[in-house]
Design a protein around this ligand. Structure first.
Ligand code: MG
Ligand code: MG
Length: 248
């Protein structure tokens, strides 16, 4: 069942989302060669707790950290560690915050110093695929119109769309119905309705879309070792333009 949110609930989700956006700003300011992903994890956790928010991922199905940091061929669910970021890396940082009982969820891929053209193209096209998708995040469309637009754009740029992980409804729980794939035929699934809130999150690979999970049982990597990027916002469907909740 898709849980529609009232305007009052969306107001709270805007606050949760803003804390996620502020966390991303904090990360953006600290990303540089030599920084460890554990330092980023600690920064975000301290920031969120100082604002009376909870890092949603910590303990979620046993996930041991506050944020996910996925470097280069890592797709999602990378563990923060003592590994230092180095010039030429890309790192996808996924952040969830629970505030007054509601969740915001947003991911971005950051460039570390100077990055090669393949990675730059991947990161920019992944971001743009999200914006292509949300052109259809309106009540005149169906759910898979978003999915289709993301896939069509990513593939037109010579990239592939991860199949095994998808976006999701979001509210009091991080993962609610419906699932929001980043691929598929248009015109399928539920008609979009005011009050739906969706975490739309293309995960896009430079090579094949096939992925596997590392021995920590969490971290997803591309099977061909080529880089992957991620871009996510929590998006409210309104009677007009979609509203991004995880922005400043
Ligand atoms: Mg996320
Ligand atoms: Mg998500």
């Amino acid at each position: 069942m898709i849980i529609l949110k009232t305007r009052r609930e969306i107001e709270i989700m805007r606050k949760a989302g803003r804390l996620v956006a502020e966390s991303h700003e904090l990360v953006r300011r600290h990303i540089k060669p030599g920084v460890t992903t554990k330092e980023l994890d600690r920064l975000v956790e301290e920031f969120l707790r100082s604002r009376n928010a909870i890092p949603t991922f910590k303990g979620y199905n046993g996930f041991p950290f506050s944020i996910c940091t996925s470097i280069n061929e890592e797709v999602v669910h990378g563990f923060p560690s003592d590994r230092e970021l180095k010039e030429g890396d890309i790192v996808s940082v996924d952040i969830g915050a629970t505030f007054e009982g509601y969740v915001g969820d947003s991911a971005k891929t950051y460039l570390v110093g100077e990055v090669d053209e393949e990675k730059k193209h991947l990161v920019e096209a992944t971001r743009q695929s999200f914006y292509e998708g949300i052109k259809f995040a309106r009540t005149t469309y169906r759910l898979s119109d978003i999915s289709h637009a993301i896939q069509a754009y990513a593939e037109s740029k010579g990239l592939s769309v991860v199949r095994d992980f998808v976006g999701h409804g979001i509210g009091k729980n991080m993962h609610e119905e419906p699932q929001v794939p980043n691929f598929g035929k248009p015109g399928k699934g539920p008609r979009l309705q005011e009050g739906m809130v969706l975490a739309i999150e293309p995960m896009i690979n430079a090579g094949t879309y096939n992925v596997r999970i590392l021995e920590n049982n969490w971290t997803v990597v591309t099977v061909d070792g080529k880089p992957s990027a991620h871009y996510e916002h929590t998006v409210a469907i309104t009677d007009g333009e979609p509203e991004l909740l995880t922005i400043l």
